[in-house]
Design a protein. Structure first.
Length: 247
């Protein structure tokens, strides 16, 4: 019989726990759904309390640059590395939690275009009247992909970028765009959209999302305990449910 995630996590982390703490976490949104499932179980297993701000990459970077205080951050791994270089995150504390590719979706009930091959994707992009993308890692990649495919001039007038912290699924569901692209974990189960699928393998990019312990964190050890919880096999199963691969 499988252990519950609470029991499994408690076996891993309770031996290191000496007191109940209140953790402050800053996280971008690709891991949000899984994290929201896991953290209440972490709190139940440990007695710790976790207050988390979810926001877009650009806003997270602004918050850190402004000196806001957190114990732990979760961002794409290059952003974590940049924060280590900037002296905001403890060197050596980066732990990779999960990785996600980029997927596409359309408004609920709309015809699903073909993106199964690169050629089909190109035709879909050229035929679409409007295309949504984000300010985060997936959006940065999509811009580079449009350029790589030689389509930037044709698609540029049709692009609509969401503000930092706003899911692409929002503008898809509101029918502001015909098709939108974001991390599979963010767009795959978004209310009001129909998920098409991931980008073709030959033009796919996997983004790794990682945690890091903030320099001068008040609750550094409990934060490391949370990281251990988020990297248990049972937590990995929760990531997989949302189209992500652990580690």
């Amino acid at each position: 019989m499988k252990r519950s995630i609470v029991a499994a996590a408690a076996a891993v982390i309770l031996p290191t726990m000496t007191f109940a703490a209140e953790l402050k976490v800053l996280s971008t949104q690709a891991t949000e759904d899984t994290y929201r499932e896991l953290v209440p179980q972490f709190e139940k297993a440990t007695g710790h309390k976790v207050a988390t701000i979810f926001t877009g990459t650009l806003d997270a970077q602004k918050r850190l640059a402004a000196g806001e205080n957190y114990d732990m951050i979760i961002m794409a791994s290059p952003a974590i590395d940049a924060q280590i270089k900037a002296g905001k995150v403890v060197s050596g504390s980066r732990v990779d939690l999960a990785k996600s590719g980029v997927g596409a979706a359309v408004p609920k009930g709309a015809p699903k275009p073909d993106i199964s091959t690169t050629e089909a994707l190109k035709k879909t992009l050229l035929a679409a009247k409007s295309i949504g993308y984000s300010t985060g890692p997936s959006g940065v990649y999509m811009i580079s992909l449009f350029e790589k495919l030689g389509l930037m001039d044709q698609v540029k007038p049709k692009l609509k970028q969401t503000p930092t912290g706003v899911f692409v699924g929002t503008i898809i569901a509101n029918r502001e765009v015909e098709v939108g692209f974001q991390q599979v974990s963010e767009v795959g189960n978004f209310p009001g959209v129909d998920y098409i699928g991931p980008l073709p393998a030959d033009v796919q990019q996997m983004t790794v999302f990682s945690s890091g312990i903030v320099v001068d964190a008040k609750e550094a050890e409990p934060a490391r305990t949370l990281v251990k919880f988020l990297t248990t096999p049972e937590a990995g199963a929760a990531f997989r449910k949302r189209g992500m691969e652990p580690g």
